[in-house]
Design a protein around this ligand. Structure first.
Ligand code: GAL
Length: 799
């Protein structure tokens, strides 16, 4: 029967490669001891040399193979090695793999010494080789280097199930499951046998069947059968029901092998009038994700991959993610299955199409991606075009044909950034960067493609409006609004299946892009996955949790000419009440005129005086409205440039109220300008169905604390080390982030853990984060020290 062993520990690493490293006689005691996932070099947060990771390195590991393994089949699986790997077993080149985003397997059977130690050595080239995608041109991201995903060892019996692909299809009155697989019969040559299938769900076994098979003696023998499953819980975004499909290979009553896949029953179709999941129309609202992190690039284990999926689903409220621009970790996809987060997965590449070898690797990538991932219910579209490349009809006919033959159930897309491109895919997937703040938010599909094919926007915003978490408030709010305008346009068009924004989080990139510091500040989160205002704009479109983000610190001086004309509240509440120093000002509603199609338009507040003039100054409603109009105009134009009609309006108000000019100025300062008065605090309350569901207070407030918030306190050493992010936030006395704080913080980790990244960090945009990594089991002590706040210690457990 099959056994699996994780091989992520006890690797030895050298940042160079020499022939002698391939010999088992070579003493690697001077090499660094590392665990996988591993980055070939740790980088600075920004401003490093973009070639720093582009070198050839070596990983070595002993592998003891027991005598009992003789006669069994043995495989070494690499989930991802960036970028080109040669694997040597006992000094002999046993496999070569080009490309760092897809898995590969090395068969060890017959290559290892039984009852002895063997040597696995990997020569790993992280250079941007022009014959391998995505390389050959410039690319707007870094690919890093290293054995950055897990490695595992699999031992099977002589005959085993080498592939399993389940295709649920919906019939008129229930579901049908087509199961296709492959039996590797090369070593044993079994004949009559049976495949026993079980399907297990939340409530136990749903189905079990015995299928007799007669094998012909071919080394690789395919099999397929179809079963009526009847009624079953469907996989959906709100309730992602999963089933375990297990196949057992049996000969004469003896089980030779067993393997399982997790599957889901659902239908997913892009059509000319939008996307349907289980026949229900669903507007897709998504973000693109790069799989990179500060310092360690791509090398992050399961929990960090899980966490990104959770952030997308729960913190950002999106229903789809595009794995731009390559297949991502299996852990990320597994979590998407569990959470009900849809995925558009695509092959590696960026604008450039290379030569013959390059294209061959790209076609392999199509196959490796689909064979690895076609059982994931979350995946609803394959991207089989190099992101934003030019048309290449022969090449793209082939990528599409290959995708369709490997997976007839899913549609293909291929991301382009120009109009009227030749379409061999099922869905016209288009990067639409039309919006510049003051024009239409999206192109009309009929202006982009004449085909009438299903249509999906796969990128928007991004480089059109790079925004840092520490940019001024106006910019951060405009960033959020631009994303909302595009979403509003997508919601408003039947033709558009949805819009996937650029992008989830900031990322390191090449010098040709970004801000000159090797960072692309295009995320709605920063590189540490901490939110900018746009994050709340996305979150507010969901209904899963209450969101009410007042997108301002309510500090007038922050704005040009102290002009806070309009305040945006990104919320899914029905209305928001505002108070000024505990005095009720008004109740405000979502801006359904400005954003008519959004599930939850933002609440826009432009009246900061409300009923105060009537209540406190005894003004009639019409007088109060007149004075408020004038005050709003003073904020907008300044008192020196006040248009004549407002001067006249003020004159009328002054005459009617017998106010002097000084009285009018006092009034303005009392209700609008806030200067010199004792502190002004605004309070906001969010209501849903008449109930108070959210509240916050905003305004100038003194520094209060440095929060250190770990994502979890219990970490797990399982297949390998675990990580946990600790967010650091400087908050004021009202509990709001101090956006411009740049405190310096020292981080010391001791016990069963270590810090990823530098010891000293500074807050940017009022916050930052770091990751702690386990090194064995036990207690981990995390000490966070700053001059202003002293020392605080968190205790985490590694179990
Ligand atoms: C697109 C590209 C993305 C990213 C984005 C920035 O053209 O596909 O990878 O570079 O621009 O807005």
């Amino acid at each position: 029967m099959r056994t699996i062993a994780h091989l992520n520990d006890n690797w030895r690493y050298a940042p160079d490669f020499k022939e002698e490293y391939l010999s088992s006689a070579f003493d690697d005691a001077a090499f660094e001891s590392v665990r996988l996932p591993h980055a070939n070099v740790e980088l600075a947060y920004n401003n490093f040399d973009e070639r720093a990771f582009q070198f050839t390195c070596c990983y070595r590991r002993e592998l003891f193979v027991a005598g009992e393994a003789r006669g069994q089949r043995m495989f070494l699986h690499f989930e991802g090695a960036m970028a080109c790997a040669k694997v040597y077993i006992n000094g002999e080149l046993s496999a070569e793999h080009l490309g760092g985003y897809t898995p590969f397997t090395v068969e060890l059977t017959g290559r290892v010494h039984y009852g002895e130690k063997n040597l696995v050595a990997v020569e790993l080239d992280a250079a941007e080789r022009p014959d391998v995608p995505p390389f050959g041109g410039v690319i707007d991201y870094l690919t890093y280097g290293g054995l950055y995903r897990e490695v595992w060892l699999e031992q099977t019996g002589p005959a085993f199930i080498s592939d399993l692909y389940a295709r649920p299809t919906r019939e008129r009155d229930g579901w049908r499951l087509e199961v296709a697989g492959m039996i590797d019969n090369a070593a044993k040559k079994i004949g009559a046998c049976a495949v026993q299938l079980t399907l297990g769900g939340r409530e136990g076994t749903v189905l079990s069947r015995d299928m007799p098979l007669a094998l012909s003696g071919k080394a690789q023998q395919g099999f397929s059968f179809a079963l009526d499953v009847g009624k079953i819980d469907v996989w959906d975004v709100d309730d992602p029901a999963l089933y375990a499909l297990t196949l057992r290979l049996v000969e004469n009553g003896e089980a030779l092998d067993e393997t399982s896949r997790r599957i889901g029953f659902r239908t997913a179709r892009f059509e000319a009038d939008g996307f349907r999941l289980n026949d229900r129309k669903l507007k897709l609202r998504g973000l693109n994700r790069h799989q990179s992190y500060p310092y360690v690039g791509y090398a992050m284990p399961k929990s960090a991959q899980y966490r990104d999926a959770e952030i997308l689903k729960y913190e950002l409220g999106v229903n789809i993610v595009r794995t731009s621009h390559y297949p991502q970790s299996k852990h990320f996809l597994e979590r998407c299955d569990e959470l009900g987060l849809l995925v558009f997965e695509e092959i590696p590449g960026w604008q450039h199409i290379g030569g013959t070898t390059w294209k061959k690797v790209a076609l392999n990538n199509v196959e490796e991606m689909i064979v690895r991932d076609r059982n994931h219910p979350s995946i609803v579209l394959w991207g089989v075009r190099i992101n934003e490349s030019q048309d290449d009809d022969d090449f793209y006919k082939e990528t599409n044909a290959r995708a369709h033959s490997l997976d007839p159930t899913r549609q293909t897309g291929g991301v382009r950034n120009f109009e009227f491109s030749h379409l061999f895919e099922d869905v016209y997937t288009y990067n639409d960067f039309l919006h510049q703040g003051n024009n239409a938010a999206l192109s009309r599909p009929e202006k982009v493609t004449k085909t009438g094919a299903p249509y999906l926007v796969t990128e928007h915003n991004g480089h059109m409006f790079p925004t840092k978490k520490f940019d001024c408030e106006e910019k951060r709010v405009e960033h959020a609004l631009r994303h909302l305008r595009v979403l509003n346009a997508a919601y408003g068009s039947e033709r558009i299946s949805g819009a996937i924004g650029w992008c989830m989080a900031d990322y390191n990139t090449h010098k040709d892009f970004g801000n000159g510091d090797l960072v692309c500040y295009h995320g709605v989160l920063d590189m540490f996955r901490l939110p900018k205002e746009a994050a709340a704009a996305y979150a507010s479109q969901g209904d899963g949790r209450v969101v009410m983000e007042v997108a301002s610190g309510m500090n007038r001086g922050e704005r040009d000419a102290s002009r806070l004309e309009r305040l945006y509240v990104f919320t899914n509440c029905d209305c928001v009440k505002m108070y000024r120093n505990d005095e009720f000002i008004g109740v405000y509603y979502p801006d359904c005129k400005g954003f008519p199609h959004l599930p939850h338009p933002p609440v826009v507040i432009s009246d900061f005086v409300g009923g105060l003039l009537e209540r406190n100054e005894g003004m009639s409603h019409s007088d109060a409205e007149r004075v408020k109009r004038v005050f709003a105009a003073v904020v907008k134009y300044g008192d020196k440039s006040l248009p004549l009609r407002y001067q006249l309006e003020m004159g009328i108000a002054m005459l009617k109220r017998r106010m002097s000019y000084k009285d009018a100025v006092d009034l303005f300062f009392r209700y609008v300008a806030d200067w010199g008065c004792e502190s002004v605090t605004y309070a906001f309350e969010g209501y849903k169905d008449g109930h108070l569901v959210a509240s916050c207070r905003k305004g100038p407030a003194p520094s209060c604390a440095l929060e250190a918030l770990p994502d979890r306190t219990e970490l797990r050493e399982e297949e390998t080390y675990d990580v946990c992010r600790v967010a650091l936030r400087h908050i004021d006395a009202l509990g709001n982030p101090m956006t411009y704080s740049c405190e310096t913080v020292a981080i010391d980790v001791s016990g069963a853990g270590e810090r990823i990244g530098p010891r000293t960090v500074t807050l940017a945009g009022g916050s930052t984060a770091f990751w702690v990594k386990t090194k064995g089991k036990g207690s981990i002590s995390v000490k966070v020290t700053s001059e202003r706040f002293g020392e605080q210690t968190l205790t985490l457990a590694s179990v």
